[in-house]
Design a binder for this molecule. Structure first.
Ligand code: ADP
Ligand code: MG
Length: 778
């Protein structure tokens, strides 16, 4: 132990001299100067003092003031100065992978180090850290997973939870756990960081923890609402009566309904606000902005003309466009790139920015473009707070974000673009004033802005809670409902009950709400329970190669592209892969396998082009497949190599069965009628298929059931993807066969069969069950 102490002392000295050498080198000095110019620097001493005096501190400050990159470094530096550099362990959580990676890279660069020395990162399925890593940036999910095996966070000295104002589900969850942990670890320091000013909420949650504010500088940003935008871009308005596109009409109606719903949440009634603003006059303008969300619409034209206006008439400076999601970003990018001016790479550099991008692509976003080239970044609301692009002068805000909302009553998650909150709109606007006065183009009228909610609803209150409940159980946090009642804002009892019921149905929890063996395995896999179950069953039933593709596809996104002007061509290209086997998931496997073959012949891109597939998505699927495989290997569920792992030539019905095991209870009964197919689920009654699904274009489906991964509630309920399965597959694989015994399985399935009025199937099942029992007993 004396040797150990000696070693630590030497290491501490080493760390300090390393830091000094860097800060005295020319590049180090330059970096230090930059760091000292950030608003956080002035507060450095008082922040460090507050942290040493209090177990919990809440820090807020304008985005870009240096919270994320500086504060963890201040702590590290002060620990090094206090000769604790070799023993401290600082964890800083980020809500998103991309920010954990980008920030850690930046901090390592600021310290003149390579990644994995004193600074490292860890996100789902990847990370770089070394033996000497003292400051670790990770996603909130990673820290939660660590708590699974290490309840007291042994050895950790500081936990920094960043971006808490976003109120992500994981962050809210983590706060409950940490609140419990603090009395057990009195020397542990907890620092909460938030961009906007709702610090009081967090402070009072932690018994009045001190709040520190970093005063920031931002340049003024001029606001342009739709009415001004249209003027300045010379956009011609379509007279009201000339717009009779049904789709737009419909979405407009929905928007109006939505605004009505929000009415109760806002102080002055929307109707009044709209009327005061002479809404009838605006309605035709608002249509333009609402139409942003139909790729085929004038909305994209509007964005295009705003961008043209900026490029041609405005001063230099990067443009940041806020879109709703990856699909929109891609379609817009395609559209812009086909424009003679905007698509000219010597004039304009168009960069997408999205959470699932590769890190090499990310870096381009931060780089300055060549002289005379205008940088246009197309981003999701991720660029609101967690990523700062310094040279942005113009912001184009479409006013929406895709948020998952969760309707507990019919247990359906919906992912719809919804209006953002006032706080988000302000935040987006602020991104334009980083380096000089900026301009923000809101593509909606001022009266719509006035109708926005003040803040967004916390995620915990608007998403399904299955994974969360599983984690609560596996960290042994006690009763699920009781635990969740201690959150900053607790979810509805009904949502909690739905999640518990779901976990029972799939066999992850038993009757007493204890984890089953399956549940324990599922909790170890950082994927949704249904995908985890599919992987586990794929491994057990030796069809893992196929299942890996399905699971990777479901976690990335659909690689099939449907450009709006070539929809029919794209659809028929897709149906080539379906081979009339009535499954989107098997179709995906074929497309993927075809692409792998083409890649081997160096014709991957041609193949994608010909078949309307996204090479980028297929690559993402390919890499995720590998990662999932190693995950399974880690947990000991497989032991072969990936190439040897039950090649995709196994029984197609077995693959169907495993898909069914994972997706159950996402089932829907099929009744073929004269001219149509009637589909019904237990929760929603009548449902429809998207035309992009291979089953959506069939006149008949010769199977009694479809299993599906995702349903979306628009005006009626739509199934996005589906696989047809037979009675026997459903009987054997639907639900909870491995736990609760066969009786439990029958009871649960019996309920379903009864609902779908298939009592004869229940009889078959009883016979089958007897036979099975005999086999098992003998
Ligand atoms: P906050 O967390 O308060 O929003 P950050 O610590 O993320 O602020 O950023 C502080 C400053 O560091 C930013 O204003 C930006 O100028 C700079 N910065 C952050 N990340 C990078 C990066 N990857 N490349 C260059 N500069 C960066
Ligand atoms: Mg930050």
């Amino acid at each position: 132990s004396i040797a150990m102490e000696k070693f630590i002392r030497r290491r501490n000295l080493q760390l300090r001299s390393q830091q000094e050498t860097w800060q005295e080198s020319p590049e180090g000095l330059k970096m230090l100067e930059f760091r000292r110019s950030l608003p956080a620097y002035k507060e450095k001493d008082s922040l460090i003092e507050a942290i040493s005096q209090n177990q919990v501190v809440v820090i807020s400050g304008e985005t870009g003031c240096g919270k994320t990159t500086q504060l963890p470094q201040y702590i590290l530096e002060s620990e090094i100065d206090a000769a604790r550099g070799a023993t401290c362990s600082i964890i800083c959580t980020q809500p998103r992978r991309i920010s954990a990676m980008a920030v850690s890279e930046r901090v390592a660069a600021e310290r003149g180090e390579k990644m994995g020395e004193s600074v490292g990162y860890k996100v789902r399925l990847e990370g770089i850290r070394g033996r000497d890593t003292r400051l670790l940036f990770c996603t909130t999910g990673i820290l939660l997973r660590r708590l699974l095996v290490d309840r007291n966070l042994k050895g950790v000295t500081h936990v920094i939870v960043d971006e808490i104002h976003e109120r992500g589900m994981n962050e809210d969850f983590l706060l409950i756990v940490l609140k419990d942990l603090l009395p057990r670890r009195p020397e542990l320091r907890l620092i909460l960081m938030s961009a906007t000013m709702n610090a009081e909420l967090f402070s009072s949650y932690f018994g009045g923890a001190p709040m520190m504010h970093i005063p920031g500088f931002t340049y003024p940003v001029r606001n342009h609402f739709l009415e001004n935008v249209l003027e300045s871009t010379g956009h011609r308005l379509t007279p009201y009566n000339q717009i009779d596109d049904y789709g737009q009409e419909k979405s407009w109606k929905m928007q109006k309904q939505f605004l009505r719903k929000r009415k109760s949440q806002i102080a002055s009634s929307v109707e009044d606000a709209l009327e005061a603003a002479d809404f009838r006059d605006y309605s035709l303008r608002t249509r333009e902005s609402l139409a942003c969300w139909n790729p085929d619409s004038i909305g994209f034209n509007l964005i295009e003309s705003v961008l043209l206006h900026i490029c041609r008439k405005e001063r230099p400076g990067a443009v940041l466009v806020f879109m709703t999601g990856w699909d929109d970003i891609n379609s817009l990018k395609e559209k812009l790139q086909s424009h003679p001016f905007l698509g000219d790479p010597t004039q304009v550099l168009i960069l997408p920015c999205h959470g699932s991008m590769a890190s090499s692509e990310q870096r381009l976003i931060f780089d300055k473009p060549e002289n005379g080239v205008r940088k246009i970044v197309l981003a999701t609301n991720m660029a609101e707070t967690s990523i700062t692009i310094n040279d942005v002068v113009f912001v184009v805000d479409c006013g929406k974000a895709k948020e998952t909302s969760y309707d507990a009553l019919n247990n359906t998650p919906c992912l719809l673009p919804t209006w953002i909150s006032k706080a988000s709109a302000r935040q987006r606007r602020g991104r334009a004033g980083r380096v000089q006065p900026g301009e923000c183009y809101h593509l909606y009228p001022r009266c719509v802005y006035e109708a926005f909610a003040d803040y967004q609803l916390p995620e915990l209150l608007r998403t399904p809670l299955q994974s969360l409940c599983l984690q609560i159980k596996s960290i042994r946090l006690g009763d699920i409902s009781e635990f969740l009642s201690r959150a900053l804002q607790s979810p509805e009892a009904l949502s909690v009950q739905n999640a518990i019921d779901y976990l029972k149905v799939i066999g992850a929890l038993d009757e007493k709400e204890d984890l089953t063996i399956l549940g324990r395995h599922l909790a170890m896999l950082p994927v949704e329970p249904k995908l985890g179950k599919m992987l586990i069953f794929g491994a057990i039933f030796s069809c893992l190669d196929a299942i890996l593709t399905v699971v990777a596809g479901l976690s990335v996104r659909d690689p099939f592209l449907t450009p709006f002007d070539k929809k029919d061509l794209a659809d028929s290209a897709k149906s080539q892969f379906s081979c009339r086997d009535y499954s989107d998931h098997l179709t995906l496997i074929r497309a993927y396998e075809g692409w792998k073959d083409a890649e081997r012949n160096h014709s991957g891109y041609e193949y994608c082009w010909k078949n309307f597939l996204s090479a980028q998505t297929l690559k993402a699927i390919d890499s995720l497949r590998k990662q999932f495989f190693f995950l399974l290997k880690d947990t000991g569920l497989v032991n072969e190599s990936l190439t040897a792992c039950n090649k995709w030539n196994c029984d197609e019905n077995l693959v169907r069965a495993v898909i069914c095991a994972g997706l159950f209870p996402g089932i829907c009964s099929v009744v073929n009628k004269e001219r149509s197919i009637a589909l019904k689920t237990m929760e929603d009654g009548q449902v429809m298929l998207y035309s992009s699904s291979v089953n959506g274009r069939e006149a008949k489906i010769p199977y009694p059931w479809l299993v599906f991964n995702e349903k979306v509630k628009v005006n009626s309920v739509f199934l996005r993807d589906s696989t047809a399965v037979s009675d026997s597959i459903l009987l054997l694989f639907g639900g909870n066969i491995c736990q609760g015994g066969l009786d439990g399985h029958l009871k649960m399935l019996g309920g379903y069969l009864e609902f779908f009025m298939k009592p004869d199937l229940a009889c078959t099942y009883i016979t089958l069950k007897k036979e099975l029992e005999e086999i098992i007993l003998n």
